[in-house]
Design a protein around this ligand. Structure first.
Ligand SMILES: Cc1ncc(COP(=O)(O)O)c(C=O)c1O
Length: 350
């Protein structure tokens, strides 16, 4: 519900395009949560959590998976599994692990990061190969792993093509590096490209996926890898305070999302292209559910849109980000597109 110019309350729906994390569980998802069979997961006795972990591991062709409360925790455990204390991981300069996890990988894992840079967040094998630091003894930091984000959040929902990931796998084998795939939105990449989840699983030693973004669950991510990796990660999850008890209530939301909310991501992608067009961004550049809109004054656009009950975020002084999701039906996308098309500053700079 919004307010009209004279301050009176109106019945207009607020359209929230700030992130795909803002979704609320659907009625059917809540029913699945209420009906979940649960037990103490720290004792390994929650059948719904176990079912989710086994299903996700199988989807990606790996041996095991671990359910975590957040993607940040899953990423922390992923990097810990590949990068020993005092060594480094390479990633893109705008990657979530380097920008948005508040230094956890340094503070908790004791590792450093060096970055390559690409405006869309894509992998650049030449840059990566140049960065790789071999083991030269106790003088220089050794590179232990490469982390790739797919889709790339701050890059604007960019997909990493599977061919590039396969080439990275070869490079990693040459230099004896691990590969982490931060796949918080890997479901979107799979739907956008038709690449299967196990094809993505094949190129990485560890994969992290989120249930709480495009899939619409209220919380939860998974770390996927070998049985040995997951066993060690389970111990670290507990050490970090992430052991949870009757988590099957939440896992049930994830299982429901896997059954019902993957194919529909194509609708979010179509809605994102609609918004892009309205904002003067070439829809061809919008690969999934995130639109980065260049503008003169991002804060001003965000504020003007809010006055029209359309919420979006400034991810830089000159970039507004729009994210489509389960709670943005096509009718809302059309209204938001209409509103944003009138906000002239959202048009690209000449
Ligand atoms: C690419 C990526 N990885 C990891 C995360 C972390 O997820 P969470 O917010 O559940 O910690 C996010 C969150 O937006 C993300 O976009």
């Amino acid at each position: 519900m919004g307010r009209s110019a004279d301050g009176l309350r109106t019945l207009r729906r607020v359209i929230d395009l700030r992130s795909d994390t803002v979704t609320k569980p659907t009625k059917k998802m809540r029913a699945a949560m209420a009906a979940a069979d649960v037990g103490d997961d720290v004792y390994g006795e929650d059948p719904t959590v176990t079912a989710l972990e086994e299903r996700v591991a199988e989807l990606f062709g790996h041996q095991a998976a671990l359910f975590t409360v957040t993607g940040s925790l899953a990423n922390l455990l992923a990097i810990r599994s590949l990068v020993p204390v005092g060594t480094e991981v390479l990633c893109e300069a705008q990657a979530h692990i380097v920008r948005a996890e508040l230094g956890a990988h340094a503070a908790v894992n004791g590792v450093t990061m060096r970055t390559w840079s690409d405006p869309s967040g894509r992998m650049d094998l030449d840059q990566i190969e140049t960065l790789v630091a071999p083991d030269l003894g106790p003088f220089l930091v050794r590179t232990a792993a490469v982390s790739v984000e797919n889709t790339h959040n701050f890059g604007g929902g960019t997909v990493q093509p599977i061919e590039g990931l396969r080439a990275l796998r070869e490079l990693a084998t040459t230099y004896d590096l691990g590969i982490h795939l931060d796949g918080a939105r890997l479901w979107n990449a799979a739907v956008a490209t038709g690449t299967s989840l196990d094809q993505y699983g094949e190129v990485a030693d560890v994969v992290t996926v989120a249930l709480s973004k495009g899939l619409g669950a209220p919380m939860g991510s998974l770390l996927i890898g070998s049985s040995e990796t997951i066993e060690a990660a389970r111990e670290w999850r507990k050490r970090l305070g992430g052991g949870w008890r009757q988590a099957g209530v939440v896992a049930a939301a994830g299982l429901h999302a896997l059954d019902h909310h993957i194919d529909r991501l194509a609708d979010d992608h179509a809605n994102a292209r609609l918004l892009a067009e309205a904002c003067g961004v070439d829809p061809v550049d919008v690969e999934t559910n995130i639109v980065a809109v260049p503008c003169a004054d991002a804060a001003a656009v965000v504020s003007a849109a809010r006055d029209e009950d359309v919420l979006c975020s400034a991810v830089g002084p000159r970039t507004v980000r729009l994210v489509t999701h389960l709670d943005v039906p096509a009718s809302d996308a059309r209204r938001a597109a209409e509103v944003l098309s009138h906000l002239a500053p959202a048009r690209p700079q000449s």
